[in-house]
Design a protein. Structure first.
Length: 237
């Protein structure tokens, strides 16, 4: 896998890229629920999802990105504007989650909901993750194309040692960002259609417009709050 910056520059040239990203990340995974051979729609398409499901019985793995329907809209989630001190409610019915942990006892999955980060910040998150684990990502394409399991074992071990949040702080510092703004935890009982996003489709995530995913708050309010929080933490984007 090449650098996220190189991939970004290549991907943005695709006609109607926001529409393509919506089709790939929402419609194919959640609306049409394409799996196995049906999801192999491009020459570089892979089915790492099925391999890992056989390996891990479908349980979430830290370092992977998942999308799903979050059904319980009675659970109101708060976002705080640190600049104004005000909180507001929102509900994301279809998160796009970079998994930082899965707790089998409490049956919860947590991580960074990338929908809550502005597009450019999602790209910066991928840059931070790639640069920290460059050796792994340089081998991802070979593994996936040869139908071999590609799991970032070093990151998984880090999470199991309890240092996952520390790594996010390192990512923040390296990119002048506040990625933990998107940190959320979900109960498995409130999740439907848990799907793992293929590595080959991560390139669409910076271009994905989650405008139809949010209830109670619009994207402008969510993203402007992110930038207000950056200022409150004396971070220059």
């Amino acid at each position: 896998m090449e650098s996220p910056l190189i991939i970004y520059e290549q991907t943005k040239r695709i006609d109607d890229i926001e529409k393509v990203a919506y089709e790939r990340l929402y419609e194919n995974y959640l609306k049409y629920d394409l799996k196995e051979e049906k999801k192999l729609i491009e020459i570089d398409s892979t089915d790492q999802e099925s391999l890992i499901k056989q390996f891990n019985f479908g349980l979430p793995i830290p370092g992977m990105i998942y999308t799903f329907f979050h059904l319980n809209d009675k659970i109101i989630i708060m976002l705080k504007n640190e600049k104004s001190g005000k909180e507001f409610e929102y509900h994301d019915i279809a998160p796009l989650l970079f998994c930082t942990y899965y707790h089998p006892t409490n049956k919860t999955i947590g991580g960074i909901n990338l929908n809550l980060l502005p597009s450019r910040e999602r790209l910066k998150f991928f840059i931070a993750y790639y640069e920290r684990y460059k050796e792994f990502f340089e081998d991802v394409e070979r593994l996936t194309e040869n139908r071999k399991i590609a799991i970032n074992k070093k990151y998984v071990i880090l999470v199991l040692s309890g240092k996952g949040q520390k790594m996010i702080k390192i990512f923040n510092k390296s990119q002048n960002s506040l990625f933990n703004y998107g940190y959320r935890c979900y109960k498995i009982e409130n999740i439907r259609k848990l799907r793992m996003i293929e590595y080959s489709e991560w390139s669409y995530i910076p271009f994905f417009n989650p405008i139809q995913s949010f209830k109670l708050a619009n994207l402008h309010k969510i993203y402007s709050t992110y930038y207000d929080n950056l200022k409150s933490n004396n971070i220059k984007p």
